[in-house]
Design a protein around this ligand. Structure first.
Ligand code: AMP
Length: 182
């Protein structure tokens, strides 16, 4: 876990929007954190802090906010970047997996040649809630032969169980701040 002052600093940089996109959901808006140079740098530094000197081949980011963070993290650790996208967006041959959302299923894809068997990969997204999205990404990456070193998120909603779900899949999870509830 992070030191309490640092967690509070990052929390203060995140904007909370009640009842978005629907009643009962508190949307954790990281655009304010991204717009704050100090908070953005600090978040990127802290996301990969446990892996100094580890050779990381690829950082995989989940559309869309995971692209912004994942790109910065990949640059930071001198790794390549792999986009995991909603279906139908990638131009070359893809591999696809279905994953569960709060209501129903969706599919995500990546290019079939984005990962070389044995690549050491860190997965990045802004927030983990139920873990359905990240679980899908882990399975897709593993299907292509990736070794997942960790999954990193700025925000954890621990009551929704996503981080525990990933740890049960033997994926080390790094989160920087947590909020109660949804
Ligand atoms: P899940 O698959 O339930 O872990 O949901 C994670 C995905 O949904 C991430 O890509 C998040 O960006 C988004 N998400 C879920 N809940 C919230 C929330 N309360 N605020 C902002 N984004 C959320």
């Amino acid at each position: 876990m992070m030191s309490p002052p640092l967690e509070n600093d990052l929390k203060a940089a995140i904007r909370n929007i009640p009842d978005y996109p629907k009643p009962g959901i508190m949307f954790r808006d990281i655009t304010t954190l991204l717009g704050n140079a100090r908070a953005f740098r600090r978040a990127v530094d802290e996301l990969v802090q446990p892996w100094p000197g580890t050779k990381i081949d690829k950082v995989a980011g989940i559309e869309a906010r995971g692209f912004i963070l994942g790109g910065a993290v990949a640059h930071q650790v001198s790794a390549g970047f792999v986009p995991i996208r909603k279906k139908g967006k990638l131009p070359h041959t893809t591999v696809r997996i279905a994953y569960s959302l709060e209501y129903g299923l969706d599919e995500m894809e990546m290019h079939e040649d984005a990962i070389v068997r044995g690549d050491k990969v860190i997965l990045v997204d802004d927030l983990i809630a139920t873990g359905g999205t990240a679980e899908g990404a882990v399975k897709l990456l593993r299907q292509m032969g990736a070794e997942i070193l960790a999954a990193c998120f700025i925000i954890d909603l621990p009551e929704l169980g996503g981080a525990a779900k990933l740890r049960a899949l033997d994926v080390p999870v790094r989160t920087l701040v947590s909020f109660e509830g949804h």
